[in-house]
Design a binder for this molecule. Structure first.
Ligand code: NCD
Length: 312
């Protein structure tokens, strides 16, 4: 009933059907289905103890576009957490009032603890350096749309892969496609952990890894460059080193095929300069917009058939 990890998607056809629902959200009248009132009378709670712009606003707008309402609880400021209330009691309380609960938390695994206490479906909107399933769904939906399917697509993941929850959630979804190639570019200390490599190897994907972005692009030009920021807040400050952090700049862009795209979950902090936004290969704002439709589709499914996945 909850959506905590993308590992719950094990069937490619399930994902394909989900993407059809996302398409439907963009042209409801053409297909003769009007999603506008699916969430009428329903309330979503967005509960968070960490910063959020896109995830929070797009969930809120998605719920409102389906005719529902939203309440926001910032756990770090004015909630009873400041008086010492546990996450579990906070979640149980909120779940007595609402129909769906979106949780962003700074601790990996907090979403599982919350889901165990919640009376309503919980959506993981990012848990520490754990996962961020709805971001990965919108990322894969974007690739699926830009390339008319993902089979055989060559994807280069660039930056702090060790701490990026969006990357962690992306891997099980990529593993559902045939012939996907994955390349990794990261400073050695910020490379994927063995547990994450395992998600790819299980699907027979053996990623090439390097710390040199230009070299990697020249050697094996990718279809998708997926850049993430350096997640300084997730590292032990005592262990902070100076890294040569990869930047997807003008020169790197010049090495990319004309048909490639560049993606980023945002926020960006210099690793993808704003001057590249006018290049049609820069897909970040298309990604942002798709995020709203993906979240509408999840809620549409939930209020239609009690699950985030489409019915067969
Ligand atoms: C990401 C997040 O919060 O995990 N952003 C997002 O939700 N769009 C990426 C990040 O923080 O780097």
């Amino acid at each position: 009933m909850h959506l905590l990890t993308t590992s719950r998607f094990t069937d490619r056809s399930e994902l394909d059907r989900f993407f059809q629902t996302v398409d439907l959200m963009q042209k409801p009248h053409i297909k003769g289905v009007d999603p506008v009132y699916q969430a009428r009378g329903k309330v979503m709670a967005i509960v968070k103890d960490e910063a959020s712009t896109r995830t929070r606003v797009s969930f809120e707008v998605a719920m409102k576009k389906l005719g529902g309402d939203v309440t926001l609880l910032d756990m770090d400021k004015k909630s009873s957490v400041a008086k010492g209330e546990t996450l579990e009691d906070t979640i149980r309380t909120v779940s007595e009032y609402v129909d769906v609960l979106v949780l962003r938390h700074s601790e990996k695994g907090a979403v599982e603890r919350a889901a165990a206490k919640s009376r309503v479906p919980v959506i993981n909107a990012g848990d520490g350096d754990g996962e961020h399933p709805t971001q990965a769904l919108l990322d894969v939906y974007t690739m699926h749309k830009e390339f008319d399917g993902l089979d055989g697509v060559n994807i280069m993941l660039v930056g702090d892969l060790k701490h990026s929850r969006t990357v962690h959630s992306l891997l099980p979804l990529l593993a559902l496609y045939q012939g996907v190639q994955v390349q990794l570019v990261s400073p050695p200390d910020l490379m994927l952990l063995p547990e994450h490599y395992g998600l790819l190897r299980k699907a027979g994907i053996e990623p090439a890894a390097s710390s040199d972005l230009k070299k990697r692009i020249s050697l094996d030009p990718p279809d998708v460059v997926y850049v993430v920021r350096e997640q300084k807040e997730r590292r032990d400050p005592g262990a902070c080193k100076r890294f040569d952090y990869p930047v997807m700049g003008e020169e790197e862009m010049g090495l990319l095929p004309a048909t490639a795209i560049v993606m980023h979950p945002l926020p960006r902090c210099g690793e993808l300069p704003v001057t590249l936004d006018t290049d049609p290969r820069c897909a970040i704002w298309r990604q942002v917009r798709n995020g709203m439709y993906v979240r509408m589709a999840l809620l549409y499914n939930l209020f239609n058939n009690n699950t985030f996945l489409p019915s067969k």
